[in-house]
Design a protein. Structure first.
Length: 452
């Protein structure tokens, strides 16, 4: 379960998105990642506490419907389904770009279809098979990142015979530690938080875990620690080894990404190809995990009468085949937008995901506050600080959302996201409210109780 969440979070946010964040804040982006880790921790731990008590179908969406209102459960789940579709599309576009790095003759659309077929096949297998494959993909990614941290530490503090150790000098060499001012640390959070998208999977996977109480307790604690360690140290060593202005210009071109630059300094033949393989696996793993999340979220919506009932159909192995098909259909639009030639498409897609996922995270924390105020007992662990910690997390999310005032890409995301939320509200009032059966939500909680 921890590896599935890691699989979603360790993707293009680190390998492609970090360059943009570095360009905004310079070396001080390290603080942005540290702050982002703290905000993400409140979400992961609050979800872990609730899910260990209620390993319900639909995860945090069903919990929001139970503890807040059916309307907020509806909005939470539809918003998150949109997030998963957008993220999966972005990751597959990245996979196709990495494939084209080796075989330029293969067009982007063909690469997208190839990798789409791979992740759809994985998701159509049994839940156990999916977990094994995702564990394998995420393990490769985690081992690669850990190896990068070790190599980076050697290069930074000991160096090589033909490459003296730079130490921490590059962190202040070009304009100081915060060359664009301390406000840039705040602005960079609008990019950094994309990197933590995926921690929600801890809640969604609980309903299919063999021992949810124990699994959630372990996964919630370890996932956020690993992510914080990986992101802060990876970015820190990149900035120690590569001038920040050079790293900021990486964009989406794998040949000039900060990680390729670092490995090139080792003088290892084919370092760029090795890195290309690793970032491809990272993107494929994240796409795979997000398709899983989107299909399960759509299945829960259909089961509760908030989506067409046929989307609740599952195979003999309890795989939501219709949910997978519908979630996969959304990839086409995202892929077309990504390779249409419009400049900065990936950045806009990241901003749209951040806009939607911040709303989802805020509702998760609000659900947690309602959960704790009811005095529910039976959770296998509790988030340190409880409600006050959740309130701190909410304040952090509000601060990230406030970057909409200064970041054009976040403003574009709001122009798309706000109408989408309004359409969802209208559909709820006109259709979903009458179709919803509160007994379905209670049935999900009854199933969860039997699992415990």
């Amino acid at each position: 379960m921890a590896m599935i969440a890691m699989g979603s979070a360790l993707g293009t946010g680190l390998f492609l998105g970090s360059g943009e964040a570095i360009g905004i804040a310079g070396p001080a982006v390290i603080i942005s990642f540290a702050l982002g880790s703290l905000i993400a921790a409140t979400i992961a731990l609050s979800m872990g506490e609730m899910a260990s008590r209620h390993p319900v179908r639909g995860g945090f969406g069903t919990l929001a419907a139970h503890y807040l209102s059916p309307f907020w459960g509806y909005i939470t789940r539809w918003l998150y389904w949109i997030v998963t579709v957008c993220v999966t599309g972005a990751e597959l576009v990245a996979c196709a770009a990495y494939l084209a790095y080796w075989v330029p003759a293969i067009p982007i659309w063909a690469g997208i279809l190839i990798f789409a077929a791979v992740i759809i096949a994985i998701n159509l297998s049994s839940v156990g098979s999916f977990g094994i494959v995702e564990f394998f993909l995420s393990s490769i990614k985690v081992i690669a990142v850990f190896a990068f941290i070790l190599v980076g530490a050697v290069l930074v503090f000991f160096g090589l015979p033909d490459a003296p150790a730079p130490g921490l000098s590059r962190l202040t060499a070009d304009g100081g530690f915060a060359p664009n001012g301390w406000a840039a640390v705040w602005i960079a959070l609008s990019v950094v938080m994309f990197s933590f998208g995926g921690i929600e999977l801890l809640s969604i996977t609980a309903a299919e875990a063999k021992d949810p109480a124990r699994s959630i307790r372990t996964a919630a604690r370890t996932t956020i620690v690993r992510l914080a360690f990986f992101y802060v140290f990876c970015i820190g060593f990149v900035l120690c080894l590569v001038p920040w202005r050079t790293a900021a210009g990486s964009g989406e071109d794998v040949a000039t990404s900060p990680f390729v630059m670092v490995f090139d300094q080792l003088g290892i033949p084919g370092a760029a190809h090795i890195t290309n393989l690793l970032v491809l696996i990272a993107a494929l793993s994240a796409a795979n995990a997000n398709l899983y999340a989107g299909s399960r979220m759509l299945h829960s919506l259909a089961s509760d009468g908030l989506a067409p009932r046929f989307a609740a159909h599952t195979t003999a192995h309890r795989v939501p085949v219709v949910g997978i098909a519908l979630s996969s259909a959304g990839l086409l639009g995202a892929a077309l937008l990504a390779f249409s030639g419009v400049g900065g498409v990936f950045g806009y897609m990241m901003s749209l995901v951040v806009f939607a996922v911040i709303l989802v995270w805020a509702l998760i924390l609000c659900t947690y506050i309602a959960f704790r105020r009811r005095g529910i007992s039976g959770a296998t662990f509790r988030m340190p600080g409880g409600v006050p910690t959740a309130i701190v997390g909410l304040i952090g999310l509000v601060a990230v959302f406030a970057t909409i005032a200064v970041r054009p890409s976040m403003q574009v995301a709001a122009m798309v996201g706000v109408p989408a939320v309004l359409v969802a509200v209208v559909l709820y009032v006109a259709v979903a409210r009458r179709r919803m059966d509160p007994a379905d939500i209670e049935e999900a909680f009854a199933e969860a109780e039997s699992m415990r």
